[in-house]
Design a binder for this molecule. Structure first.
Ligand code: SF4
Ligand code: SF4
Length: 328
């Protein structure tokens, strides 16, 4: 049944590509976080949060505009007490809903999240390395979150950020995830900290990312739990130069901040005249968004979506293969 609904979602994606219609929304519902990872500035960033009724009304309008996937992020979204209600509301409209979390709060609240289509848990490396970046004890809590999700038949995936320090841990992390039958998705750390022009000192340089992605390409033939496509990994290992895709940010995808500010993509820095869903309305925000002048697709999930929407064969085969591999 899950495979059939994913195939249906893929067909709807193809139709959205043809119509250049909104398909996927990434909504950071809070900037608050209970961790303070070394490469992240969310914990120091303050932004007001929309309440449940405001979000629910906007979700209805976004659904009307075509939204079929909602990716709930933060900060740490589980800090919002109304998160289970928001998820229930989105799913009630037929929206495929996932959460990205550090996992700390998940085991205690897992019953409230049964039914969610996917949980992405951040783990960047083996315990010592992960805890150095993300805080002591964060690795074992994240693995407990994954176990809790699996026990409750919620599809879980590791979201691993590739930092200058974590590259040496890639093989061991892939193997650990493989042994637990957990998919793993890799994202290069950004050069800037999120929502900031401050340099990220944990940013992995071009050579390091090239080596890491070449390693992942060679591991992928054996460890089928690596979610990134060969095309995505090859693009990263080319130093973001071998571009074979169009950017569909602002048409198929958009990002919403806790107060309702809308940007094309998580890589867009805030500007003075940023549209806001509450102030300007959904229709006006969608009209004002433009494809960003961006010469390096550094967001792994949007890169995969851009590749799929551009008809990349390796990305398409990868997606189909992943459908049939996921058992939970
Ligand atoms: S990376 Fe995620 S878990 Fe870590 S501080 Fe930032 S928002 Fe929190
Ligand atoms: S990172 Fe750049 S190329 Fe990739 S989706 Fe965002 S704006 Fe488009």
């Amino acid at each position: 049944m899950r495979i059939i609904s994913k195939i249906g979602l893929s067909l709807e994606f193809m139709m959205a590509v043809r119509a250049l219609r909104l398909f996927s929304v990434s909504w950071a519902v809070t900037c608050r976080c209970n961790l303070s990872c070394a490469y992240c500035s969310f914990a120091n960033f303050e932004e007001s949060e929309l309440g449940f009724d405001q979000i629910a009304s906007l979700l209805e309008q976004l659904r009307g505009a075509g939204m079929r996937i909602l990716r709930i992020t933060g900060g740490e979204p589980l800090l919002r007490e109304d998160l289970p209600d928001l998820i229930r509301f989105a799913r009630g409209m037929g929206v495929f809903t996932t959460i990205a979390t550090n996992g700390i709060l998940l085991p205690d609240k897992i019953e409230k999240y049964i039914g969610v289509e996917g949980i992405f848990v951040s783990i960047d490396g083996m315990e010592r390395m992960n805890d150095m970046i993300r805080g002591k004890g964060s690795s074992s809590l994240a693995w407990k979150a994954i176990e809790a999700a699996k026990r409750n038949k919620i599809p879980a995936c590791i979201a691993a950020t590739m930092t200058s320090e974590s590259i040496d841990n890639i093989t061991s992390l892939v193997k650990s995830a493989f042994c637990q039958n957990v998919p793993i998705f890799f994202q290069p750390a950004t050069a800037q900290r999120p929502f900031s022009s401050n340099k990220n000192i944990h940013f992995a340089d071009e050579d390091t990312i090239r080596q890491a992605c070449q390693l992942l390409c060679s591991l992928k033939s054996r460890y089928k739990n690596i979610v990134n496509s060969y095309s995505g990994l090859k693009y990263f290992s080319s130093g973001y130069r071998a571009r074979t895709f169009r950017c569909f940010a602002s048409t198929l995808f958009l990002r919403i901040s806790p107060s309702g500010n809308v940007t094309s993509c998580s890589r867009s820095l805030p500007t003075q005249d940023i549209p806001n869903l509450v102030r300007d309305g959904v229709v006006s925000c969608l009209r004002r968004l433009r494809v960003p002048a961006c010469n390096a697709c550094t967001c792994a999930s949007l890169l995969e979506a851009n590749l799929l929407a551009s008809g990349d064969l390796f990305a398409l085969v990868n997606m189909v293969t992943q459908f049939f591999q996921r058992k939970a």
